[in-house]
Ligand binder design. Structure first.
Ligand code: ADP
Ligand code: ZN
Length: 722
């Protein structure tokens, strides 16, 4: 008689025991199908001693497992990672496990699927709907459901197109092998500095040893080229590499660089994959055949068979912090994965996070530095423009000095980049007559006007409405005015100032897929764009040699609201965007528009003295006991029912334990007091570094019962304080 403890993919359930039927082989890590009531659920067999169950069932009452997936069992290193992540971030293990099994179709064994694509034949007349669908599909290929999604029509419309012979069926072997990258395909001639760093990293890979290393090099110093040498070593060893990028928009340029270096593209993993691509990637990763995977943070939990190296590129990026579901920080979990897998972890950044620098200072992470730009490229000259001394014209946002520089850049046929971290046309719309402001019905947030789509949109919940002609309050017509600038408004100003220049707005609204990013990169490289107006999306990763001018429209923006990382984040963001200027042989210039050019962070940007800035920031953090010297955890209580949210928050607050070295602030209404229709209260736990704050919170919340209408979420090491 053999039994198995199984962690089911259901966050509400604890682990359950099952009988392993005769002839079935189940070991810890096996992916199984188990019965639960009338349903069948996926789960993973686990070491019973590591996953205690309160439901001890006698052998004779156990239900049998139904099946084992025809894929390798999840390895111990990944199982330990699941346990650690669940424990550290106070999440149900099942919620973490779900990220490991991110493609259910991958578990179904080898097979082919039927996809559809355009035949190129279009019979006489199509309905407008079919015509539009066909146009959107273009030369893409996919399942009926996927094509319907792309075309934004029902499945029936796609089936109709198949029947009419406009689309045809193609049988696809979804597990066709990936080409193998060639470490000798296009190695660069490294400078001495680069070579020294690359050798250390490659040796680390060869040694199969856990070792986190900060690769700290100014923008354009060749960090990618350097860590590619470590990737090459892993490939030579037949071991796998995971490269994590902060945004999927950066995937496309990365694929291209990788191809130039290794001859083929790596395996990409991101939310934009079709289900068949996802399955193919998952299986190749699990079998060890996928040697290099590049992806967004979700790639971190995939079941690599033989991980030999993890790279976190732009490691300082706060987008590595997941803000929904399991609130994990991919940079930190990546280091833990490296520890369990016993492989090196490279954190690459030109502006490392204070947390990472502190690990270096404590001797826990090694550090490699690249101090200059590669080749002839020099760091750009950075100047502040004092908006009080040199204000833009009334109703404008670009100061005369910046406009002049843009004109000169255009004349030299070079490119400019204007950075403003605000999507849309204007962050606030109000009625000139009665003062009515447009607020989101679901959130404590203003509706942002988007002129390109002629809508008002909430950036928190996605609610959109058309821009009305009349004010809903006083019924006055044409009385609405836009307050403040977004990128679209800056682009309008540019169009007035330089009517002949070709301008592109780059935000998540315009670059919403890797293909769109590729198109943008292509246009930049061909010189089809003179002036880019963009959000943080353009601050990192890109390399455009002809881009020589960067203008920061409002450097003070990130300092508003003032959370603990505001100054650090402003420094990183502006230094990154400055790093886009003058990456080729032509020198770059950067203008920073600010109301407080004397502020420490602005001075640090202008002088380039990062060390002084970091030293002061670090000292301030140490004084306040803020991370990395102390720790925070946020507890957010929310409910659609305001009274219920309030009562539950008070309940949680009253039960706060008195623990030495820990303070609890709140509950208080969250700055985003309403989000997606839910009322929100926050408590902030502040603790000494050494305190096991998770244990305290687990015991505290575990002893409480609250209404089913309320939700209580815990965010350990929070990055958002809204
Ligand atoms: P970073 O990631 O540090 O910003 P990159 O790796 O993007 O820097 O390098 C900047 C540019 O310089 C890229 O176009 C890169 O291909 C080029 N480059 C860097 N090092 C070398 C080298 N040793 N040989 C040739 N090109 C290099
Ligand atoms: Zn909203």
């Amino acid at each position: 008689m053999s039994r198995a403890r199984v962690l089911l993919l259901n966050a509400a359930l604890g682990p359950l025991d099952y009988r392993v039927p005769h002839g079935m082989t189940v070991e810890p890590g096996s992916i199984v199908v188990a019965p639960l009531g009338p349903r069948q659920l996926l789960g993973v067999a686990w070491e019973a001693e590591r996953m205690p169950s309160d439901a001890e069932v006698g052998d004779n009452r156990l239900r049998p497992l139904l099946a084992v997936a025809d894929v390798p069992p999840l390895r111990p290193a990944l199982r330990r990672l699941v346990e650690w992540t669940a424990d550290y971030y106070l999440a149900p293990p099942a919620a973490v496990l779900r990220m490991c099994l991110a493609s259910t179709s991958a578990l179904e064994g080898a097979r082919t699927v039927t996809e559809y694509r355009a035949t190129g034949e279009v019979p006489g007349r199509l309905t407008p709907q079919r015509e539009q669908a066909l146009e959107r599909i273009g030369d893409r290929q996919g399942l009926i459901r996927e094509l319907a999604g792309i075309a934004d029509v029902s499945d029936a419309v796609i089936r109709g197109l198949v029947k009419a012979g406009v689309l045809e069926a193609v049988t696809v072997d979804i597990d066709s092998p990936y080409p193998v990258p060639d470490p000798a395909f296009g190695p660069p001639d490294l400078s001495d500095d680069q070579r020294a760093a690359a050798d250390v990293l490659a040796a680390g890979v060869a040694a199969h040893r856990f070792e986190p290393t900060l690769l700290d090099g100014v923008t354009g110093s060749g960090k990618t080229e350097v860590y590619f040498e470590a990737v090459a070593e892993a490939i030579r060893q037949g071991r796998q590499t995971l490269v994590l990028l902060p945004e999927i928009a950066l995937t496309e340029p990365f694929l291209k660089r990788f191809r130039d270096r290794f001859g083929v593209e790596p395996v990409a993993w991101h939310s934009g994959l079709r289900s068949t691509q996802r399955r193919r990637a998952w299986r190749a990763i699990a079998s060890g055949e996928a040697l290099v995977t590049v992806g967004a943070r979700s790639a971190l939990f995939l079941p690599y068979a033989a991980l030999g190296l993890i790279v976190v590129d732009e490691a300082h990026e706060t987008s590595f912090k997941q803000e929904e579901g399991v609130h994990y920080h991919a940079r930190d979990v990546a280091v833990m994965r490296g520890k369990f897998e016993e492989c090196p972890v490279i954190l690459a950044s030109a502006t490392p996070a204070i947390e990472t620098r502190q690990q270096v200072a404590l001797g826990r992470y090694a550090e490699l530095k690249l101090t200059g730009r590669f080749g002839l490229a020099e760091m750009p000259v950075i100047e502040a423009i004092d908006l009080i001394q040199e204000p833009p014209e009334r109703g404008r946002w670009l100061s005369p000095r910046l406009v002049k520089a843009m004109g000169e850049t255009l004349e030299r046929r070079e490119q400019s980049l204007l950075f403003l971290n605000r999507r849309g046309y204007a962050p606030l719309t109000l009625c000139r007559t009665c003062g009515h402001r447009f607020q989101c019905p679901n959130c404590t947030a203003w509706m942002v006007e988007h002129r390109l789509t002629r809508r008002l949109a909430c950036h928190h919940c996605g609610h959109v409405e058309p821009v009305p002609r009349a004010c809903p309050e006083c019924k006055g017509e044409d009385t609405l005015v836009a307050c403040g600038p977004g990128v679209e408004r800056i682009a309008d100003e540019v169009a007035v100032l330089f009517p002949d220049a070709k301008t592109a707005v780059v935000t998540s609204d315009t670059i919403w897929s890797p293909a769109k990013a590729a198109e943008f990169v292509g246009r930049m490289e061909m010189g089809d764009i003179d002036i880019v107006v963009g959000t943080q999306l353009v601050t990192k990763g890109y390399h455009f040699p002809n881009l020589t001018l960067v203008g920061v429209i409002d450097a003070d923006l990130g300092l508003e609201g003032g959370d603990l990382r505001a100054a650090e984040r402003t420094f990183q963001q502006i230094r990154q965007v400055s790093g886009r200027a003058g990456r080729g042989e032509k020198p770059g210039r950067v203008y920073i528009q600010t109301h407080s050019p004397g502020a420490q962070v602005m001075q640090a940007l202008i002088t380039g003295d990062a060390d002084a800035f970091y030293a002061a920031e670090t000292e301030a953090r140490a004084d306040a006991g803020a991370p990395p010297f102390g720790r925070y955890a946020a507890i957010v209580v929310s409910s659609e029912d305001q009274a219920c949210a309030h009562e539950t928050a008070l309940l949680v607050g009253r039960a706060a334990p008195k623990v030495d070295g820990m303070a609890v602030y709140g509950p208080a209404p969250a700055p985003l007091a309403m989000l997606r229709g839910r009322h929100r209260y926050r408590l902030l736990v502040h603790a000494r570094r050494a305190l096991d704050v998770q244990d305290v919170i687990r015991a505290w919340l575990g002893a409480l019962d609250w209404s089913a209408k309320a939700r209580v979420t815990v965010d350990v090491d929070p990055y958002s304080f809204l």
